[in-house]
Write a protein that binds this ligand. Structure first.
Ligand code: GRG
Length: 296
């Protein structure tokens, strides 16, 4: 099956589960639930859910064991985007081709929609009934690891460092810290969680985690490049915002050509970690290639 068809298949499964697991728009207070659903269903790529499902596929796990986790990942990712777009952070007007949450619903509702999505994600992950065939120990470990990946030593820490470094001189170590934490950790947690829930053994889970760390960083480097070279129509957000905000990025530090080479090296390294999975790792390998070739 071509990768686009795979993305579409996963999107349909995840969107259907999301519709069931997220309270309906009319639930009181309606503006909050409308805002949560507005951003969730605004047309994201579903990259993290797809990676989690592909990791589960790679270890031969039943997909039913990972679908609610995939929904939770998208809820977490969507909360980071809503909060990142706020006036106190990146102050962006467009996301996924639509007005940002605070532009449509106001700042208070946007903050609370983000808070509610993050909380809902862990409500979903910690409900054993959502994960048929998964042991409580495995679920607890996935929950702990995911929380760690998105907290103060993960995504939130990366975002704080990113804000602190705006307009500053910056060096490679700070840049690597920001990108690994802001973006890479959630991507790595997506594949690790998918492999664990799919019942992968230690070697497979560790190999897939290393794969995730490498594509996580490659993904953010490509995002930096797209901010320079991308088009508004395909990105769904205004390009050039990193430069305007004097963000510390790979192209700013090493130029676009070297950044591309680095993303490519990281992708090769990621694919190298899949060797122990044999043909089971092919889909993850295709996804790694997609990460560096993507245009949005
Ligand atoms: C607010 C705690 C907090 C964290 C924000 C992820 C993040 C940290 C900020 C988003 C800013 C940004 C553009 C980061 C680059 C990487 C990234 C997460 C891009 C968007 O992810 P995609 O391309 O988006 O998967 P879609 O819309 O397709 O889901």
């Amino acid at each position: 099956m071509p990768l686009t068809a795979y993305f579409n298949e996963i999107r349909a499964i995840v969107d259907d589960a999301m519709d069931r697991l997220v309270p309906p728009s009319a639930t009181h207070p309606a503006v909050l639930h409308e805002a949560m659903r507005y951003s969730l269903f605004a047309g994201g790529k579903r990259l993290r859910p797809t990676l989690a499902m592909a990791a589960c596929d790679a270890v031969g796990g039943a997909r039913s064991r990972v679908v609610p986790f995939a929904v939770a990942l998208e809820a977490i990712h969507t909360y980071t985007l809503i909060h990142d777009d706020l006036p106190a952070m990146d102050n962006d007007d467009y996301r996924r081709g639509l007005p940002t949450s605070h532009k449509k619903f106001g700042e208070a509702a946007a903050i609370l929609a983000g808070d509610a999505l993050l909380t809902l994600a862990f409500e979903i992950i910690s409900n054993l009934r959502n994960f048929p065939g998964v042991s409580p120990e495995t679920l607890l470990e996935v929950s702990r690891h995911t929380a760690n990946a998105v907290g103060s030593v993960g995504t939130v820490g990366g975002q704080m460092a990113d804000i602190q470094m705006e307009g500053a001189e910056g060096d490679m170590a700070s840049l690597e810290y920001i990108h690994i934490h802001k973006t890479g950790k959630l991507i790595a947690a997506s594949v690790r969680g998918g492999a664990l829930l799919g019942g992968g053994d230690n070697d497979a889970v560790n190999a897939i985690t290393e794969y995730g760390k490498n594509i996580g960083l490659a993904f953010q480097i490509v995002d930096d490049i797209l901010d320079i070279e991308g088009e508004l129509a395909s990105l769904g957000k205004t390009p050039g915002s990193d430069t305007r905000k004097k963000k510390l990025t790979y192209p700013a530090l090493m130029g676009v050509a070297e950044s591309r080479k680095l993303a490519s090296r990281l992708t090769d390294r990621a694919i190298g970690h899949l060797a122990i999975l044999g043909s089971g790792g092919e889909r993850l390998s295709d996804l790694a290639k997609y990460v560096i070739a993507r245009a949005f």
